[in-house]
Structure formats: C-alpha cells, structure tokens
Design a protein around this ligand. Structure first.
Ligand SMILES: C[S@@+](CC[C@H](N)C(=O)[O-])C[C@H]1O[C@@H](n2cnc3c(N)ncnc32)[C@H](O)[C@@H]1O
Length: 346
C-alpha cells in the first residue's frame, strides 16, 4: 500500500506553507506569460489546479490566470476552475478558503469552481477540455513507495545506491505517466505549468533541513520513542528532479505525448522566515516556522509509517519538537531549488 498521505489537515497546511508560497511568487511572472499566450478558442475556459491541497497557495495563480484570460477573451467569459487532490485531502479547508477574503472567487462573477478527490496519475478530466493547467509543489510525491533508506528520511539524500536507483526509476515513470494523462486532458494549444523540487549542481537545498529532520528521528530512537525498524521505514515517498530528468522523455524529437517544453529552469526559493528572524533574532519563532512547515507536508505520511501500537500524534509531536530544537540551536537559511516546466499541447 502507498505510504503517501495528504497534507496535515484542519487547515494546517494553509497556515504553514509560506515556503511553497515564496516559490509560487517566483512562478507568477512565468504563469502570467503562459496565460497571455495560451490558445483560447471556446468558452467556457477551463483552468485545472493539479494538487491544490487546501487552496491557500492556489488563490493568486488562479486570480492571475482568470485576469489574463479575461483580458483577452472578454471580461464576462465564464471560467471553470477545477481543483484536484487525493481523496485524503482536507477539502473542507479548500472550500472554506474558496469562500474567504483571499479567494479568487471574491468579487468575481461567472467563475465556476469544483474539486475532485482522485489521484492525477489517473485521467481526472474528460479528453480535450483543459485550457490551462497549474501544478505546484506536488510532483515530488511518488505514485509508489520509495525503498526504505537506512541512512536518511529523504531518499534523495541517502547514500545507498539501490535507494537512489529505485527513486530515479519511479520518478521517471511518474513524470511520463503525468505527462501522458495530462496530454489527453489538454486542448490543442493548451498549456501546463508544472513546478516541483529541483536539483541544481547536485544540490537540492534540503541538505540542512532534511538532515536535521533525520537527526531528530535518530534523537527519538536514542530516547526510546521510536524503534530502529520505524526509523528505517520512515522514508518519505518524494524526491526532487534535475532538468535532465525533466527533459528525458523529450529526448527524441523534442516531443512527448503530443507535448513540447516551452520553458524549463531551476529557481532558488528564498527563505520566507529569514528576514523576520534577522529583525527579531527570535530563534525559537524561526525554528517553529520551519518545523511547522515540514510537519505540514510530511507529518501525516510519517504518522502512517509508525508501528501499529504507537500513538502517532504523540510521536509526531515529539519529532517536530526535536526538529524545532535543532533548528533553533543553529538557524540557517533554507533555500530549496524549484524546477519549473511550461508544456504546450500540439
Ligand atoms: C505540498 S502540497 C502543494 C499544494 C499546493 N499546490 C501548493 O503549491 O502549495 C502537495 C499536494 O499534492 C497532493 N498530491 C500528491 N500526490 C498526488 C496525486 N497523485 N494526485 C493528486 N494530488 C496529489 C498532496 O495531497 C498535496 O495536497
């Protein structure tokens, strides 16, 4: 059974995803150009948000896309926005955010929004319907389990060759599968922006914070709060990609599944908590922001990997207290790499 769970519920991801929001800020100029150049033939226009989570970080890109499409197609053209995520996603938080003051729905008319709880490794939209696709910070998650890494919580940072090999093979399959199913959903001339953790010059940007998370897991093992078997099992089914991996399916002839790459680059995401820390010098607040951010995306998946007789919320609480203590002891900037790709359907 796949160990991946959705993000921490109860709106927690929305409250603790400023790192992802900082990456999206860098993507917005690229996304704006995508919306300005995509083919818009027939209304209603459809925008699909693949992997919305609880919606906080979808509001700005959806608002930008609607604004740009309507500037071209007419201010009253009906627009459908569909948010996709796993069935275990906190959809109540998404609908609450859609009804809130920061929503792209606020003050807008003729926007029709809906949500689908199904993996995007399946076809989720009927063929040829989508004009614009948005996909941020999701494709690091695998469609299958990563092999258990004996020396890290992040498979990509394991030194075990068999772990690296299996991760790369699964990521390659997943990227191809994602492209194939999206291609069937996109209209001719439609565009898709996909942005996920990247690798530049052999670095992911997670070396420090990921290393502290692994060290916090080992702390709990030493304290007898986790077993060695659990530490081995806690390997997050996720990983970043190089630009070479992004381009790999397009190697012969520049096309794959009727898609071509219009733009691809690796960006460095600034640490959204660093300037606050520099102003206040408050190590604890800085550390808690980072621990909460990691918990928001990794907490439920880690909880699902614990022994059946473990109290998962107590163990996960203790893990993130340890992580915060470690980060507070030696604060650093966390600046992960983000790979962005713009794809066009022929
Ligand atoms: C880190 S969140 C990103 C949320 C949002 N797009 C953002 O940029 O902040 C990753 C999301 O991808 C979703 N996800 C992972 N694998 C998925 C899949 N196969 N199908 C649909 N959603 C998936 C997770 O459930 C989670 O909500």
């Amino acid at each position: 059974m796949l160990k991946l769970s959705a993000m921490e519920g109860g709106g927690y991801y929305n409250q603790n995803s400023a790192m992802q929001a900082a990456g999206i800020e860098l993507l917005l100029p690229i996304w704006k150009r995508v919306a300005q150049t995509v083919a818009i033939d027939q209304a209603p226009l459809m925008i699909v948000d693949y992997g919305s989570s609880q919606g906080r970080n979808s509001m700005r890109p959806m608002r930008v896309a609607i604004g740009e499409l309507r500037a071209r197609a007419g201010s009253s053209v009906p627009v459908e926005v569909v948010h996709i995520d796993l069935p275990s996603n906190d959809f109540a938080a998404l609908f609450t955010a859609l009804d809130g003051p920061d929503s792209y729905m606020t003050g807008a008319v003729d926007i029709y929004t809906s949500a689908i709880g199904r993996s995007y490794f399946e076809r989720v939209i009927p063929p040829g319907r989508v004009h614009l696709g948005w996909n941020s910070w999701t494709m690091q998650w695998l469609s299958a389990n990563a092999p258990d890494a004996p020396d890290h919580v992040l498979a990509i940072l394991s030194t075990a060759p068999q772990v690296q090999k299996a991760l790369a093979a699964q990521q390659a399959l997943d990227w191809r599968r994602f492209l194939e199913v999206r291609s069937s959903e996109l209209r001719h001339g439609a565009k898709l922006l996909s942005a996920f953790p990247g690798i530049m010059g052999g670095e992911t940007g997670w070396e420090w914070l990921g290393g502290e998370l692994w060290a916090a897991i080992l702390d709990l093992c030493r304290d007898g709060m986790l077993s060695e078997a659990e530490a081995l099992r806690i390997t997050l089914p996720a990983g970043p990609r190089t630009l070479d991996a992004v381009y790999a399916p397009f190697a012969s002839g520049g096309q794959y599944a009727d898609l071509e790459i219009e733009h691809a680059e690796i960006l460095k995401v600034p640490d959204p908590y660093w300037s606050g820390y520099k102003q206040t010098g408050d190590r604890r607040a800085f550390a808690e922001c980072h621990a909460n951010m990691v918990r928001a995306w990794a907490g439920p998946t880690i909880a699902s990997m614990l022994a059946a007789n473990r109290n998962p919320s107590a163990a996960v609480d203790a893990l993130f207290v340890h992580l915060a203590e470690r980060v507070a002891a030696s604060p650093r900037q966390h600046e992960p790499f983000l790979a962005v790709t713009v794809l066009k359907k022929r």
